[in-house]
Design a protein around this ligand. Structure first.
Ligand code: DP6
Length: 329
């Protein structure tokens, strides 16, 4: 390879409706169970990758600042191995959502990076292989390659080639709005990889979590196929709260919520008691994501904004999967 070859990809975040929390193989980043998510039309990462023979080392910038993480370095080594090249890369990645707001960017980030690397190196990976590649960066990233509703398959092969996400339904299959209440930042969260390891090794509830999640997958698939928002919301909220019960049972406990998180949950429960269909889901952080029908979004957003400690409310709908674009980050 003599001339630099580059590509730009964009990918958006996704929110799991049935959560991934546990790995069957940490080195290959293989999940214990499947998971189901909705890819959003907002929270976008745009990544340009250029493999350039003139570079003495990888050069990574996030939002314009040097930011190479060991995980990204390992990921670039992996794609070089796949391509059979030793050329270093310049990576420029930008998020269009507020950094430092505690919104996870690894899903959109590694989905965009996987797609850009595939194009820049001419790997020619098919959709399952691309999703499995993104998984090596971050488990949730495997789902952001797909648009709309996607299911991560845990696979059973030791090498992980069958652990990738597949499309369940297009973005317009089930109209919904995802409101993200960004709450006052709590103590720095334990990252997902460390959090999963701790939960698996110390929580007595983990086997029950795995078992109930496997059941939830079938029920969620059915609810999406039936376009049943109420059932999707109910299952998503129940699954998320069970994940947090499992996290709380770890030693030391993983407690991701703050006072504003609890207040936002109570706001949603009060709305529901008053007849508005709205359901919460929470990941490994203090933000509260609320699922509702588009017609109820204004009411729910207003109620969330009025809550104590809510810094901002972001709004998104189901969106397309990762795609290649022209230009640079
Ligand atoms: C709670 O995909 O961030 O958001 O594979 O270790 O990078 P790694 O974990 P990550 O975990 C996401 C956990 C979650 C639930 C989910 O998105 O399914």
């Amino acid at each position: 390879m003599s001339a630099p070859t580059h590509a730009t990809a964009v990918a958006t975040s996704n929110i799991a409706l049935v959560k991934y929390w546990g790995k069957r193989d940490e080195a290959l980043n293989l999940p214990t169970t499947g998971s189901i998510s909705v890819t959003l039309d907002a929270l976008t990462t745009r990544t340009t990758v250029a493999f350039d023979p003139a570079l003495p080392a990888d050069d990574i910038a996030l939002d314009g600042h040097p930011a190479g993480t060991p995980r990204m370095a390992r990921f670039l080594d992996l794609v070089r191995d796949l391509a059979g090249v030793r050329t270093y890369a310049r990576v420029q990645s930008r998020n269009d959502f507020p950094t430092g707001a505690g919104l996870a960017s690894s899903a959109s980030g590694f989905a965009a990076l996987a797609l850009a690397c595939d194009a820049a190196l001419g790997l020619g990976l098919d959709a399952p292989a691309l999703s499995a590649l993104a998984r090596r960066g971050s488990g949730s990233a495997a789902r952001s390659l797909l648009g709309g509703f996607a299911e991560m398959q845990p696979g059973s092969a030791a090498d992980g080639h069958d652990a990738y996400a597949v499309a369940l339904a297009p973005p317009d299959a089930l109209p919904l709005v995802m409101l993200i209440a960004v709450t006052a930042a709590g103590p720095k969260a334990v990252g997902s990889t460390e959090g999963m390891r701790r939960t698996e090794t110390t929580s007595p509830y983990h086997p029950a979590w795995v078992e109930s999640t496997r059941r939830d997958l079938g029920r969620m698939r059915d609810a999406i196929a039936a376009r049943d928002l109420e059932q999707v919301g109910h299952l998503a909220e129940t699954n998320a709260l069970r994940m947090h019960a499992n996290m709380l049972a770890a030693e030391p406990a993983l407690f991701y919520w703050n006072a504003a998180t609890v207040a936002a949950i109570q706001t949603v429960h009060a709305l529901r008691a008053a007849g508005t269909g709205a359901w919460i889901t929470i990941d490994a952080g203090p933000q509260v994501k609320v699922i509702c029908a588009p017609i109820d979004a204004a009411t729910v957003e207003k109620a969330l904004r009025a809550g104590p400690g809510v810094e901002q409310v972001l709004s998104a709908r189901p969106g397309p999967g990762a795609r290649l674009v022209e230009g640079t980050a």
